[in-house]
Design a protein around this ligand. Structure first.
Ligand SMILES: [Zn+2]
Length: 499
């Protein structure tokens, strides 16, 4: 998380000089694996983020000296739960750095081993396995969100269903949470509006996977929009709305066609590859062309680095958001830096393993503890018992919760509530899978909600329902609720439940 201090008042956005904000940062565009001279793994990613922070500080000093900064970066802070997971083992703790970026959406390169073989295996199968190996095991599972990649041409070269089956395998067996497509690298620029692409988009949508599509110009972006519209016509459903992220903002930050596409609820863009004048041009155009009415223009733009194809130029983009030139306020900054990505991910790792367990709840009476401590204790306990942590998510920011001051009047939080955690675990040698929703209740008690098999609500649904008093989700957990006077009792009750 990036902590910043306001150097001046900004009354339009409710900012006072010396206010402190803390932004939770998600890198929504990041490659892992191996392509020619490019290699990247979780540990090199964290090293990159450490480097990015040094670059950011250096450039920030120059901007501050010329009085162009509104928010001065002060320091970076690891989210407490993620930090303590890295501290669990000494060999994990050496990767406990680079916390300028809190979460990373990681997907394959066009890996050296991603091509079609002659045994009818889907392209990217090994790449997807590797991404899952990195992103769904502790400790990296607390920081990384894995996306799979497929080649639509497999539908012609192997079997019509091959790409769709690989997407399904990635979601339901591997626990990957989104899809990356690259029309240029996989040579399907001319067949974006094809039947195989329609099947791919519909499958990803069914599995709740957002799709990030490389787009280098406005023509590609328009073709992708046409593809979505043509599916809507085919299925006679105008509200069909898969989540599509146009990578690199289609390299068209000044084009009005881009913002026309963004008016469609399916679409958003990422900032990877933007630099120099293109950075202010993107935000000014988005603000001017999408700022009217109920449209919140900053909800359409996701921060991304495209590491390792691109490197520390991402610092330039963050500093634009912190500068006097940026047209939005702290809420817009947090949208771009991470809020939008969290809303799009919207679900924990959940494969198709079956655990027969009705919803359960344990309420901890020890009101001195924070929910982070409870989540950490549960994690530690389960890791010792042959369970692996497959994901940690915080509830995405929803309306009213955004940027409310807490406790201290001077410190304003970004709106991403780190005390509301959703943790997913998978047993190493059985098919069992469990989801825990740890939540701080109004009376200062902490509830540990335990979910076995069956559909789990989206994180947005949880975020919205946790604010309402009449909450069917909470009631389902509450019907099977028991108190525990302290954490030790809570863990022993958990053992009983999981027997
Ligand atoms: Zn890329």
């Amino acid at each position: 998380m990036l902590r910043v201090r306001a150097l001046d008042d900004d009354p339009d956005n409710g900012v006072k000089k010396d206010d402190v904000y803390q932004f939770y940062i998600v890198d929504a565009h990041h490659h892992m694996g191996k392509e020619g001279s490019h290699r990247n793994s979780p540990t090199s990613a964290y090293e990159f983020y450490t480097l990015l922070w040094f670059e950011l500080k250096k450039l920030a000093k120059e901007l501050k000296d010329s009085d162009r900064l509104l928010f001065e970066p002060i320091r970076i802070i690891p989210p407490p739960l993620q930090k303590s997971i890295f501290q669990l083992r000494r060999n994990w703790n050496r990767w406990n750095h680079g916390w300028l970026v809190d979460r990373t959406i990681a997907f394959p390169y066009t890996d050296d081993y991603s091509g079609r073989t002659n045994d009818d295996t889907a392209s990217f199968k090994i790449s997807n396995d590797k991404i899952a190996g990195w992103t769904t095991r502790a400790p990296h599972s607390s920081r990384l969100i894995g996306f799979c990649r497929v080649d639509p041409n497999d539908a012609l070269a192997i079997e019509p269903q091959t790409p769709v089956e690989e997407i399904r395998r990635s979601a339901t067996e591997l626990g990957l949470r989104g899809l990356k497509l690259h029309p240029l690298a996989q040579l399907f620029l001319d067949s974006i509006e094809s039947d195989q692409m329609k099947r791919i988009v519909q499958e990803a949508y069914k599995l709740g996977m957002p799709i990030i599509v490389d787009s280098r110009n406005i023509r590609t972006a328009i073709r992708i929009r046409n593809l979505i519209e043509s599916i809507r016509e085919d299925i006679n459903n105008a509200s069909f709305s898969p989540s599509i992220i146009l990578a690199h903002s289609a390299m068209s930050p000044g084009k009005s066609e881009l913002y026309e596409i963004l008016h469609d609820s399916s679409f958003s863009i990422d900032t990877s590859s933007l630099h120099d004048r293109d950075i202010p041009l993107l935000f000014e155009s988005a603000h001017d062309q999408m700022g009217a009415g109920n449209n919140i223009w900053s909800e359409k733009i996701l921060f991304g680095t495209d590491y390792s194809f691109l490197s520390v130029q991402a610092a330039e983009l963050i500093l634009h958001l912190l500068s006097r030139d940026f047209l939005g306020g702290p809420r817009d900054i947090q949208n771009v830096l991470g809020g939008n990505a969290l809303r799009i991910i919207n679900r924990p790792v959940l494969t198709y393993r079956k655990t027969n367990l009705a919803p359960q709840q344990i309420i901890c009476k020890d009101d001195n503890q924070q929910s982070t401590f409870v989540a950490m204790s549960v994690t530690k306990h389960l890791l010792k018992r042959g369970w692996d942590l497959t994901s940690i998510d915080y509830l995405p920011p929803s309306g009213q919760k955004y940027l409310t001051s807490k406790q201290s009047q001077r410190r304003k939080y970004s709106g991403i509530d780190l005390e509301e955690q959703v943790l997913s675990f998978r047993h190493e040698d059985s098919d069992r899978e469990l989801i825990f929703w740890v939540t701080q209740q109004q009376n200062d008690y902490i509830s540990l909600n335990i979910h076995g098999s069956g559909p789990f609500p989206s994180l947005m649904t949880l975020a919205e329902s946790s604010m309402s008093s009449d909450n069917p989700l909470l009631r389902a957990f509450h019907d099977n609720s028991q108190p525990a006077e302290n954490i030790a009792v809570m863990l022993s009750k958990l053992d009983d439940i999981m027997e």
